[in-house]
Ligand binder design. Structure first.
Ligand SMILES: NC(=O)C1=CN([C@@H]2O[C@H](COP(=O)(O)OP(=O)(O)OC[C@H]3O[C@@H](n4cnc5c(N)ncnc54)[C@H](OP(=O)(O)O)[C@@H]3O)[C@@H](O)[C@H]2O)[C@H](O)CC1
Ligand SMILES: [K+]
Length: 505
């Protein structure tokens, strides 16, 4: 696929750029002959056009500009709005004479008066454009910078942030002191990780990206393997139903069940695997649990598993081509042995919950297993800490992305580090940041469903990183489609609606 085609391919639009790679893209584009002020003109125009799309010309707009190129974008946006008969004023944090380079040129092109942020009464305006800080934020806001951000937040106006809400780190989403709570954020060329990582994700408001003349080739060239999760990223990798499909071509997922008081988790996982499209799903359960399952299963099949030998007997059948272990399986050596048996059989596996906690304190034992077969592990923060707390010295100060990458490399597995901003990290260094997280999922059993959904996609032959990314996004989308009152049992049943809405098979 040529880069040009790639640019149209939605997966391309999923590429995220770090602040450093964005700066490199900027420099490369300028070195190819596009003057920086031209990029700034297009950035400022993108912001102005967002305002003109939403607000009528009599809207009173205040552009608050910072001391750098983020402020430069603001001057351009102000001039273009004025040229389109908008009622615009500009307030500057700092001194116009200190402006340098493209920002100074942009200020030159704003031929109207410039006020200081101290002179401005925010009450007089309808919309505030936050052009204070963007990629160049390098320390917590204080003094006048903090004061104007607090005043902007307190004014209760519509706020459009340029590139990233001022005070938010473009790379981590962390807040430096305080940050602008934007209604809209307009960014350039590509989204940044800080747009999707909390708390930043809660400050951006409605997010949009505008092309400022940085070519797909350049973006591809500086891209460091960071992706925004969504259908655009994995849609092409999803198993497609063909006329020749029959249940065996759609794979056979096996879910291991816990004891008599903990059978629901396996049924939730199994249902998730079936609904996401696995042709067949079987639960392997200890004898005491068999009658419980038998009375509640219909399309999902059931096998008795009294011992590891029984499990070996079951997975000797090569048609079982993905295994989900963990949901309420029990914590201890028994579970470690079940994991070892499935690894020996060489099938793709999903390790969740107890299958991870059983290895707390013996991370290397787990790593020696997970490196042997295609593995997805799905820890939430607590399980992650229990597994990696011996590595705490190394991980101290690591961002969420860096922790997920460390774990993926350590385990040679795809790591789904769950949370409001779930991170999916592949052993090869690629990282996918989820973009549709919802607190609706904070209810018992939704993690079991997710583990099953990943297993169901692995059973259909999808590779781990894409399968985990697709399952995470579809799982959250199903919850969003259901809405308040969601319980785990509802998630699999909402999948058909989501799969249909997003035209995925
Ligand atoms: N291709 C692109 O991405 C383009 C981006 N554009 C815009 O440029 C900004 C980045 O501009 P930059 O000048 O690098 O930095 P900022 O404008 O974000 O910050 C300005 C300066 O502010 C100072 N600073 C940083 N943090 C603080 C703080 N907490 N309090 C006070 N001052 C702060 C810092 O200077 P110092 O000398 O004080 O360190 C910053 O340099 C990007 O976000 C886009 O909006 C281009 O316009 C188009 C192409
Ligand atoms: K900003």
């Amino acid at each position: 696929m040529s880069l040009g085609e790639k640019a149209n391919n939605v997966a391309f639009s999923s590429m995220l750029l770090s602040v450093a790679s964005m700066r490199k893209a900027d420099e490369l584009t300028i070195s190819y002959g596009a003057p920086g002020i031209e990029l700034m003109e297009q950035a400022g125009r993108g912001v102005a056009e967002k305002i003109m799309q939403i607000f009528p010309t009599h809207t009173k707009v205040l552009v608050v500009c910072g001391p750098g190129n983020n402020g430069g974008d603001g001057f351009i946006a102000a001039r273009i709005l004025l040229e389109n008969s908008y009622n615009v004023m500009v307030a500057l944090l700092g001194v116009a004479d200190d402006l340098k380079g493209d920002a100074a040129e942009a200020a030159e092109r704003w031929a109207e008066p410039m006020f200081s942020v101290g002179e401005i009464n925010l009450e007089e305006f309808d919309v505030v454009i936050d052009a204070l800080f963007g990629a160049g934020l390098n320390r917590p806001l204080d003094g006048e910078a903090l004061d104007i951000v607090e005043r902007i937040n307190a004014a209760g106006k519509v706020i459009v942030s340029v590139d990233i809400p001022s005070g938010i780190s473009g790379d981590t989403g962390a807040i430096s002191g305080e940050a602008v709570r934007a209604t809209h954020t307009v960014t350039f060329a590509a989204y940044k990780p800080g747009h999707f990582l909390y708390p930043g994700a809660a400050y951006v408001g409605e997010l949009s990206v505008v092309d400022i003349g940085i070519s797909p080739q350049t973006i591809e060239q500086v891209h460091e393997g960071l992706f925004a999760n969504g259908p655009g990223f994995w849609q092409e990798a999803l198993p497609q139903l063909e006329y020749g499909s029959h249940k065996y071509t759609r794979g056979h997922a096996l879910v291991l069940s816990g004891g008599i008081t903990a059978t629901g988790a396996a049924r939730l996982a199994a249902r998730g695997a079936l609904r996401i499209g696995a042709g067949l799903v079987t639960i392997a359960a200890p004898p005491v649990s068999v009658p419980i399952h038998a009375s509640q299963l219909t399309a999902i099949m059931l096998r008795e598993m009294a011992s590891v030998d029984d499990l070996n007997g079951i997975i000797a059948d090569k048609r079982f081509n993905a295994v989900v272990l963990g949901p309420a399986l029990g914590v201890g050596n028994g579970t470690q042995e079940l994991v070892a048996a499935v690894v020996k059989a060489g099938r793709p596996i999903v390790l969740d919950a107890d299958a991870l906690t059983s290895f707390a304190g013996s991370l290397d034992t787990l790593a020696r297993l997970t490196e042997k077969t295609d593995t997805v592990v799905t820890p939430h923060e607590g399980e992650f800490f229990r597994l990696f707390n011996n590595e705490n010295e190394i991980l101290k100060g690591f961002s969420k992305i860096e922790r997920a990458k460390f774990a993926a490399n350590y385990l040679k597995a795809t790591v789904v580090l769950k949370g409001a901003d779930t991170i999916i990290a592949a052993p090869d260094g690629r990282v996918c940041i989820n973009t549709n997280g919802t607190p609706l999922l904070a209810t018992a059993g939704t993690g079991d469903v997710l583990a099953g959904m990943i297993g169901g996609l692995l059973a259909q032959g999808m590779s781990s990183f894409e399968a985990a990314s697709a399952a995470v996004w579809l799982h959250a989308e199903a919850a969003r489609n259901f809405g308040p009152g969601l319980i785990a049992e509802d998630v699999p049943e909402m999948l058909p609606t989501v799969l249909h809405k997003w035209h995925v098979s």
